[in-house]
Design a protein around this ligand. Structure first.
Ligand code: NDP
Length: 325
């Protein structure tokens, strides 16, 4: 029997269990995957902790790369032996085998390894919509603020922004992370554990502030992030690494200069098959051309997923991380 990481109650990393799972044949429109790698995403910790409620018991993980092992009735786009990757669809990528809807898969180009595929699908497609698909997007020459610039999303965002001519002010929690972010194209770094990031943004921009802030930290950075925005600027609040932002009085947006806020999720930007396929195509083109370099910076055995969760929550990881069956 194949194994998977599952949890029966929400809580800390210790609730993650390595269990035998019954994986049957794919139904109509589905494929069975022989999983090669799963991506570790901060999002997975929200599912495990209960911040994002899931029916229990539950699998974990939204992202992976795999080989198609069996196809169900009506699947025409994929055949046995195809190399594929995915970034959403039913939860449970921390698994040796998986049933997955065929219309949520993309083919992995030969030039992209399984390890790279699992390192970039979810984070890369997220960066794509953040920089390219929101109602307000930065243009070449703009300067934006990106929190956690040395994280999985962060390193891809720095590189993609650079490819588009956008300057990034990136926050990080250590000098090592600052160096890494800069090596990936971040224009300016701020250590937000030792420096006041709002004061530094004012200094770096000569008091002009920025038109867009990408904030995945949430609770700890919300107010100061708003202070970094120009009049009519956009706050992109897309994560909760320090806890969720709640109890917001909308008047704060008026007081700070007619600001807008968006709270987007990847699923809304890949819901249509063509959005998923076109997004992945654009991401893969950047990677194959060398404009965006993505390699896993940490790798764990799949059964050690609990340790991977401890490490990402303790801010010990940088860039992308994969779990390998
Ligand atoms: P990261 O690799 O960026 O890890 C999270 C980082 O957040 C840490 O490395 C750390 O960087 C920073 N951080 C700041 N405060 C804390 C804290 N209190 N506890 C832990 N970490 C903290 O993760 P991902 O790249 O997987 O995801 C980044 C963010 O993007 C997450 O918030 C995630 O939820 C969000 N996301 C949102 C999506 C969407 O569509 N809405 C899709 C994908 C991700 P440092 O040490 O430098 O501060």
């Amino acid at each position: 029997m194949p194994h998977a990481i599952r949890f029966h109650k929400t809580g800390g990393p210790e609730v993650l269990q390595w269990e035998e799972v019954a994986i049957g044949d794919p139904g109509p429109g589905e494929v069975r995957l022989d999983q090669k790698a799963a991506g570790l995403n901060y999002l997975d910790t929200y599912h495990r902790s209960g911040l994002y409620a899931m029916p229990l018991p539950s699998g974990v993980g939204m992202e992976g790369s795999a080989v198609v092992e069996a196809v169900g009735v009506g699947v025409t786009e994929f055949k046995v032996g195809d190399r594929v990757a995915y970034a959403n669809g039913p939860i449970g990528s921390y698994s040796e085998k998986k049933i997955h809807p065929a219309d949520r898969l993309v083919k992995l180009p030969d030039a992209i390894s399984f390890e790279q595929g699992a390192s970039m699908m979810l984070q890369g497609l997220t960066v794509r919509y953040l920089l390219r698909s929101l109602l307000l997007v930065p243009k070449s020459g703009d300067t934006v603020l990106v929190h956690a610039a040395a994280g999985g999303i962060g390193l891809i965002a720095c590189q993609w922004a650079k490819a588009l001519g956008i300057n990034v002010i990136g926050t990080v929690s250590s000098e090592e992370k600052a160096k890494l972010a800069k090596e990936h194209g971040c224009t300016h770094t701020i250590n937000y554990t030792t420096e006041d990031f709002h004061a530094r943004v004012m200094e770096i921009t000569g008091g002009k502030k920025v038109p867009i802030v990408y904030d995945s930290i949430g609770k700890d950075t919300w107010v100061k992030s708003l202070d970094c925005l120009q009049v009519r600027g956009l706050m992109v609040s897309f994560g909760n690494a320090s806890g969720p932002v709640d109890g917001v009085n909308l008047g704060i947006l008026a007081a700070k200069g007619s600001l807008s806020v968006v709270r987007p999720t990847l699923a809304s930007f890949t819901a249509k098959r063509e959005e998923l396929v076109n997004g992945a195509k654009e991401l893969f083109e950047h990677v194959i051309a060398g404009r965006i370099k993505v390699e896993p910076r940490q790798q764990y055995a799949l059964k050690d997923a609990a340790q991977a969760h401890r490490d990402i929550e303790a801010r010990k990881t940088t860039g992308s991380t994969i779990l390998v069956p």
